[in-house]
Design a protein. Structure first.
Lengths: 287, 100
């Protein structure tokens, strides 16, 4: 037993010694490698410095060449302009006088006045202003429609997720498929009813027996009039009492894109029609 | 004897290791020297050729500029002569009309 133990100890000692030697060799090798790389790097650095020094006169020559050519071209241009002036008989005083004459000419002054007037008229033009307003409205409408579309998509996804979760909950192994389906359909119907109730609760349209010609209002055609009548809007009075937000909600719920129409204009026109000023309603937008 | 042989083999192995390390370093250094020489030669040749090219191009540029200046002078000379001719003829015609 004792001999076995001593053998083991000897073996471990030998292994340790081998590892130590290996480590020392590796360290020496790495040191050597680093030294050689440093030496070679230094040599390369010296070479690059030498070459850069050699290229310096080349760059100087290049620069001087460019400058000389530029100077010669400049001299030629100056010489040619001077000769041209003498050839044509150019007189700077004459030119100044001519410029002054042109500036003082009544025709030129008139042309400038006309130009200013034209610019003012263009800026004050109603069509231009309208175009600017329309572009602003279009921007607003686009942003609002995008927001609405986002909301709708979110609502739709939420509803779909709810329906799926309900289906998953209802799908128990003992119960039949028919009963679960019926329940899901019932739940969906209840959700739709709730939504409809919400809409009806938000927007209240008081029915009247008065039936006005809504087509008089700009933007309302026969089709829109019908759809408004279906929503119990038949009189000018109803439109005047409703807010723009309510109107937009009502139209959107009915599947009509309210963003296309000028609802504030509808209200103003309905008010005019109520007072009996039908000419103003007819000429709406023309003034 | 066997032990002696083993010791000899170990010593030989050590020497071989040393020899191999030394040879690798020597060879790498030699290679580096060769690379340095080759690059130096190549770049120096490139510099020389570029210098020659620069001289040629500068000469050509000078000649073209001189040529352009001469042409310009000729054009202006012709124009000035034409102007003088026109003035002379104008004066002659004016005299002719004033006399008649």
């Amino acid at each position: 037993m004792a001999t076995k133990k001593s053998n083991k100890i000897n073996k471990i000692g030998k292994a340790k010694a081998i590892f130590k030697k290996l480590n020392n060799d590796l360290i020496d090798a790495s040191f050597n490698a680093i030294e050689t790389t440093v030496k070679t790097g230094e040599k390369w650095q010296k070479l690059t410095a030498k070459l850069v020094k050699k290229t310096e006169p080349l760059t100087k020559k290049q620069i001087s060449m460019v400058v000389e050519t530029a100077e010669s071209i400049k001299g030629q241009l100056e010489h040619s302009t001077a000769r041209l002036k003498t050839l044509v008989g150019y007189d700077p005083k004459m030119m100044e006088n001519a410029k002054k004459m042109v500036a003082k000419n009544p025709l030129v002054e008139k042309a400038e006045e006309l130009k200013e007037k034209f610019e003012k008229e263009v800026s004050n033009n109603k069509l231009v202003k309208k175009a600017e307003k329309m572009s602003k409205k279009l921007k607003k409408n686009i942003s609002s429609t995008l927001d609405e579309a986002k909301e709708k998509i979110e609502d739709y996804t939420e509803n779909a997720m709810d329906a799926i979760s309900e289906k998953m909950e209802k799908k128990t192994p003992k119960k039949t498929k028919k009963t679960t389906k019926n329940k899901v359909v019932k739940k969906q119907e209840a959700v739709i009813e709730k939504k409809e109730e919400k809409v009806s609760a938000n927007i209240q349209v008081t029915e009247t027996e008065v039936i006005d010609n809504l087509k008089v209002i700009k933007g309302i055609g026969p089709v829109l009039e019908k759809s408004l009548n279906d929503l119990n809007i038949t009189a000018y009075d109803q439109i005047t009492k409703m807010t723009i937000a309510d109107l937009t909600d009502l139209l959107n719920n009915a599947g009509i894109n309210a963003q296309i129409y000028d609802l504030s204009g509808w209200k103003a026109q309905a008010e005019l029609a109520l007072t009996g000023d039908m000419d103003a309603v007819k000429n709406w937008g023309k003034e | 004897m066997f032990k002696f042989a083993l010791k000899l083999i170990i010593k030989l192995k050590k020497k071989m290791k040393k020899i191999s390390i030394n040879s690798i370093t020597k060879n790498t250094l030699k290679l580096n020297k060769i690379a340095l020489k080759v690059t130096e030669k190549g770049i120096l040749k490139a510099i020389n050729t570029s210098e020659n090219l620069q001289e040629i191009s500068s000469k050509k540029l000078k000649t073209t500029l001189n040529f352009a200046a001469e042409k310009q002078d000729k054009i202006f000379y012709n124009l000035e002569q034409g102007k003088e001719m026109i003035w002379k003829n104008l004066n002659k015609t004016l005299d002719f009309f004033s006399k008649n």
